[in-house]
Design a protein around this ligand. Structure first.
Ligand code: CP
Length: 362
């Protein structure tokens, strides 16, 4: 059985097949209206969501399946202290596939280790958001016809922006990619993402605070919200929240075929008059989220035209895991989940990292 916890859980071939299926669904969604008849999707959302939860539910309903779940932790037995491990064991009795969003990093990974059904990470803290990445990739494909040879600018909260982390990981596997990371100093992209992903892939990149000066040669501008809910110092949030506002004057500096993406929700980082610019792709991106999640559900249930995914042999990766002291990341699932022993494994540089949240071993 396969899960989607990290954007790299799929090979490039598997990813391309999935995006191709998403594109086919986009063109003729009615052709897939009975593919998941009799199947159930559980949406386990411990953190607020509009797009991800509703697009997952719409996706399963469009496929002829049904949906159950909870939209917040306080309406489930989580509020009585039930662990993620126990919750997924129970949900495995009721559903065929589950999508989980959780404020703690590594929670969907924890769930996948106890689950009898495929688990999809629908966003874990500031860590990863792989289904947003699928949405972003399908949108870039429809706008540019390719995922290679693109200059992609990321702007805003690159420290806490889990959609940025996941998309960087995914795009780094394609030829001819260049990255421009545009952020205030306090919200720079995590150094481990540069060291472990961008540099080993040989990708040219720049880090700057200057949006206007970066606009001119971008193929994709990926705007992000400053993530208020991730700040421990609210005064710092207030100081940084208006760091970047994309308006029509800045849009005038961009290429004619630049695509502006944003995972949404936006707060005020894109003014509403930009919505009328044909390069604004963010509402189309939200619509694509339904098609690509339809493709993902079909793929993980073994119902895609390409057949079931090959099983992964996890024994070798698991054999490199060692037990260690508690993780120092206060947002890691290991900090609160009862009975969860912290585990660490080497990254590509041999640095031991928490298998749940990727923070360095203390
Ligand atoms: N893009 C995204 O994850 O939106 P929601 O938080 O509304 O799901």
């Amino acid at each position: 059985m396969r899960h989607l916890i990290d954007p790299l859980d799929f090979t490039v071939k598997e990813l391309n097949d999935l995006l191709q299926l998403g594109e086919a669904i986009r063109r003729a969604p009615q052709d897939y209206s009975e593919v998941c008849k009799g199947k159930k999707l559980a949406t386990l959302f411990y953190e607020p969501s509009t797009r991800t939860r509703l697009s997952f539910e719409a996706a399963m309903l469009n496929l002829g399946g049904s949906v159950l779940g909870f939209p917040s932790a306080n309406v489930s037995s989580v509020s009585k202290g039930e662990t993620v491990a126990d919750t997924i064991r129970i949900v495995s009795c009721y559903a065929d596939i589950a999508a989980m969003r959780h404020p703690l990093e590594g929670a969907p990974m924890r769930a996948s280790r106890y689950s009898r059904i495929p688990v999809i990470n629908a966003g874990d803290g500031g860590h990863q958001h792989p289904t947003q990445t699928l949405t972003d990739l399908l949108t870039i494909m429809t706008r540019h016809g390719r995922l290679d040879h693109l200059k992609v600018g990321f702007c805003g909260d690159l420290k806490y922006g889990r959609t940025v982390h996941s998309l960087v990981n995914a795009l780094a596997r394609y030829e001819g990619i260049e990255f421009v990371f545009i952020s205030p100093d306090e919200l720079k992209v995590p150094s481990h993402l540069i060291k472990n992903t961008v540099v080993p892939a040989g990708i040219p990149y720049t880090e700057t605070a200057d949006l206007e000066g970066s606009m001119g040669d971008l193929d994709v501008l990926y705007m992000t919200r400053i993530q208020r809910e991730r700040f421990t110092d609210i005064e710092e949030y207030e100081r940084l929240k208006n760091s970047y506002v994309l308006d029509t004057a800045k849009m005038a500096l961009g290429k004619k075929d630049m695509a502006v993406l944003h995972p949404l929700p936006r707060v005020n980082e894109i003014t509403i008059d930009v919505d009328d610019d044909p390069r604004a792709a963010y509402f189309e991106q939200a619509q694509n989220g339904v098609y690509v999640r339809m493709a993902l559900i079909m793929t993980l249930l073994g119902l895609a035209p390409t057949g079931p995914l090959a099983e992964r042999d996890l024994a070798e990766a698991r054999s490199r895991e060692i037990k260690g002291a508690p993780c120092k990341n206060h947002s890691c699932i290991t900090v609160s989940e009862e009975g969860l022993v912290p585990l660490y494994a080497p990254d590509t540089h041999g640095v031991m990292r928490c298998v749940y949240c990727e923070h360095k071993m203390p």
